[in-house]
Design a protein around this ligand. Structure first.
Ligand code: NAP
Ligand code: GDD
Length: 328
């Protein structure tokens, strides 16, 4: 019989890529969606998956809805990708961010504990938990680096991380944290800097915009391709023992470098179009993320396959097509 996987956050960026990977491995995939007046299936449509998923209703802030879903599906694997995932918005909506990202995970762990205790659980943890933390030896972050989160988002994810570890230790649940560094794709949310730039470049190139307003251009991120990263999530749940893993490329670049490459890809100079704008500065910044994913590479056999320049080109090309189509 096909394995059953429940994916929360199915309409986001990672949900569709993970669903695509699980379907290719023969899984039956259930996707959780919350009540919305007008749900947006664009990302699933982008990968042609809309009709491949069985949808279940649920909201991480509503424990009973999660119990209902887990009891109904009794999944072999649960991937918790749902979150208020925008760091920049987490100061304005700190309580909501906490309710979804922190308490929501507790709700889901309880639902699994009561109704599917042998189900394997993946928690979408993040490099934002490290914040200012750096590994003393190489200036990178790995599984042993102390957490020093810098945003309500980062703080909420630290709670979820430790709750996942705690349920593993307390109830012997198969619960794993993937500590993923930034990963992007053509279906990345438009607020995130890489997609904001690729969309801005496309609109400028095609004559629909004149400038692009950005915040901190010095910020350094370790950017990989989402399609690679979801494979690490799956591998974590196929191991003999549950554990926590950093997933990263090991290379980082500044926002400025990303913008420079993206504009160059369409024959433009970023300096002619980018304006720095204090509205996009954060109250506290994470200046430098670079992950050491040696453990994932050795134990899971995971490797990233898309280089930084190829990722930038992939995103700009996809937005050029999108903007052209929208305005045809
Ligand atoms: P995303 O595009 O923002 O998707 C998040 C999804 O969560 C959306 O589909 C959203 O639903 C859903 N959601 C939000 N609140 C919910 C609630 N109360 N109940 C149920 N669903 C809810 O995020 P992503 O980039 O795919 O990231 C997936 C996960 O990995 C997130 O937990 C994120 O924090 C974490 N993460 C991401 C990265 C990265 O670089 N992408 C790195 C490390 C960790 P709607 O579509 O209805 O809004
Ligand atoms: N969004 C945004 N918009 N960011 C900007 C801008 C802008 O106009 N200008 C500069 N930046 C800088 C931010 O200050 C930050 O340092 C960096 O670009 C990346 O910002 P985002 O793309 O919003 O991502 P993030 O690193 O804050 O968070 C993402 O990665 C985390 C993993 O490290 C999200 O996907 C999180 O959910 C994820 O956990």
């Amino acid at each position: 019989m096909a394995k059953k996987a429940l994916v929360t956050g199915i309409l986001g960026q990672d949900g569709p890529y993970l669903a695509q990977h699980l379907l290719s491995q023969g899984y039956k995939v259930y996707g959780m969606i919350r009540r919305y007046s007008n749900p947006n299936f664009e990302n699933l449509e982008y990968l042609n998956l809309m009709n491949e998923i069985e949808y279940v209703d649920g909201d991480l802030t509503d424990e009973a809805s999660l119990m209902g879903a887990i009891k109904f599906i009794r999944p072999d694997e649960v991937y918790n990708l749902a979150a208020q995932s925008f760091v920049g918005g987490s100061w304005e909506q700190a309580k909501l961010t906490t309710e979804v990202n922190a308490l929501g995970v507790l709700h889901l762990l309880n639902a699994i504990k009561y109704f599917a205790p042998t189900s394997r659980f993946y928690q979408a943890s993040t490099s934002e938990m490290f914040g200012l933390g750096l590994n003393k030896h190489d200036g990178m972050q790995d599984e042993g680096t102390p957490f020093h989160p810098r945003s309500p988002y980062g703080v909420s994810k630290v709670y979820a991380y430790w709750m996942t570890v705690n349920y593993r230790e307390s109830y012997k649940m198969f619960a794993a944290n993937g500590i993923l560094f930034n990963h992007e794709s053509p279906i990345r949310g438009i607020q995130f800097v890489t997609r904001k730039i690729s969309d801005g470049v496309a609109r400028i190139k095609l004559g629909f915009a004149k400038e692009l307003h950005l915040g901190n251009m010095d910020s350094m991120r370790d950017w990989g391709f989402a399609g690679d990263y979801v494979k690490a999530m799956h591998l974590m749940l196929q191991q003999d023992e549950p554990d926590d893993y950093v997933v990263a490329t090991g290379e980082n670049h500044s926002v400025r470098e990303y913008a420079e490459l993206a504009f160059k890809h369409v024959g433009l100079n970023w300096k002619d179009y980018v304006k720095t704008d204090p509205r996009f500065q954060r109250p506290a910044e994470v200046p430098n993320l670079k992950g050491n994913s040696e453990k994932a590479r050795k134990k899971l056999g995971w490797e990233p396959t898309v280089s930084f320049p190829d990722l930038v080109a992939m995103m700009v090309d996809a937005d050029l097509k999108r903007v052209e189509k929208r305005n045809r």
